[in-house]
Design a protein around this ligand. Structure first.
Ligand code: ADP
Ligand code: MG
Ligand code: MG
Length: 252
C-alpha cells in the first residue's frame, strides 16, 4: 500500500477553493517532485496535509500509512512521521532551537513507545548534524529562526529534517534562498534519508537540483489539480518551455 494516499482533496483558503481535486500516491521510499506555476496551490497542499488551521479541507481523503491524517491535529500528524519544511520558515520567539527539536523528537519517540532521548546524546547528535549542514553550533542555542537569514532558515529546516528522520518529508522550495553549498547539503541529506526509508515530496523550480534528486515521479499542479504526471523528462520539458505550454488541467 502507498505510504501517502491523497484522494480528491479539496481545500479552501477563506471563501476561495485553492485545491479543487488533488489525488496522488507516494510509495514508501519514493521521491515525488511537485512542480507548478506560482499560485497553483503547491504550498497549500503541504499546509493542508500538515494541518495548518488556515487551510480548510472541504472534501477528500489523506491517509499516511493507512491512518486518516485529516482527522488528526497538526502536532499528531508530525508525531506520526509527517514533516513539512516551510517555504517561509517562521520565527518561534523565546523557544530555543535545540529544545524545539528535542521536544519534537521526544514526541516522536513517545508515539513509537520508545524511551525519551538522553539530553546529552541529543545535543551531541544535534551538534554533529549542525556541523554537517554548515550551521554554526551557536544556532542551536538561539530562538528558532530569530534573526536568521533566509538561507540560514532553510538550513535550519534541514537540521530539523536530519534529526527527526520522518517517514514522509515535504520540502517546500527548500532550495530557494540557499547558496550552492546549501543546495548540495539538501541533495546529500535527501539521499541519506531516502536510503534509510524516508519518502519525499519535493516542491522546486530548480531543474539542476531536481535532476540530482533522481525522482521517481514528477507531477505538475495547475490551478489546484494535478494536470500532468511524468518523470524527469516532464521537469526538463517544463524548464525548457515553461508552464504556459502545458495542457490545461484535466478533471480528476
Ligand atoms: P504556490 O505554492 O503554488 O505558489 P500557494 O499554495 O501558496 O501557491 O497559493 C495558492 C493560491 O492561494 C494563490 O493564488 C494564493 O494567492 C492563494 N492564497 C494563499 N494563501 C492565501 C491567503 N492566506 N489568503 C488568500 N489567498 C491565499
Ligand atoms: Mg510560490
Ligand atoms: Mg508555494
Amino acid at each position: 500500500p502507498p505510504l501517502l494516499q491523497v484522494r480528491d482533496l479539496r481545500v479552501n483558503i477563506g471563501e476561495r477553493t485553492v485545491l479543487h481535486s488533488v489525488s496522488l500516491d507516494v510509495q514508501p521510499g519514493q521521491l515525488v517532485v511537485l512542480m507548478g506555476a506560482n499560485g497553483s496551490g503547491k504550498s497549500t497542499l503541504g499546509m493542508a496535509l500538515a494541518g495548518h488551521p488556515h487551510y480548510q479541507v472541504q472534501g477528500g481523503q489523506a491517509l499516511l500509512a493507512g491512518q486518516d491524517l485529516l482527522a488528526l491535529p497538526a502536532h499528531e500528524r508530525a508525531r506520526s512521521g509527517l514533516f513539512l519544511s516551510f517555504q517561509s520558515p517562521p520565527d518561534v520567539p523565546g523557544v530555543k532551537n535545540n529544545l524545539f527539536i528535542r521536544t519534537a523528537l521526544n514526541a516522536q519517540h513517545e508515539a513509537r513507545g520508545q524511551e525519551p532521548l538522553d539530553a546529552f546524546d541529543f545535543l551531541s547528535s544535534a551538534k554533529k548534524a549542525a556541523k554537517d549542514l554548515g550551521l554554526p553550533e551557536a544556532m542551536l542555542g538561539r530562538p528558532v529562526n530569530e534573526g536568521f537569514s533566509g538561507g540560514e532558515r532553510k538550513r535550519n529546516e534541514l537540521l530539523q529534517l536530519s534529526l527527526l528522520k520522518p517517514r514522509l518529508a515535504l520540502l517546500d522550495e527548500i532550495d530557494s534562498g540557499m547558496d550552492v553549498d546549501g543546495v548540495r547539503a539538501v541533495v546529500a541529506l535527501v539521499q541519506k534519508l531516502r536510503a534509510e526509508g524516508t519518502a519525499f515530496i519535493v516542491i522546486s523550480h530548480y531543474l539542476q537540483m531536481i535532476e540530482s534528486l533522481e525522482p521517481d515521479a514528477v507531477l505538475r499542479l495547475h490551478q489546484g489539480c494535478i494536470a500532468e504526471t511524468g518523470d524527469l523528462e516532464l521537469a526538463r520539458e517544463i524548464a525548457r518551455t515553461g508552464f504556459a505550454r502545458a495542457p490545461q488541467a484535466v478533471e480528476a
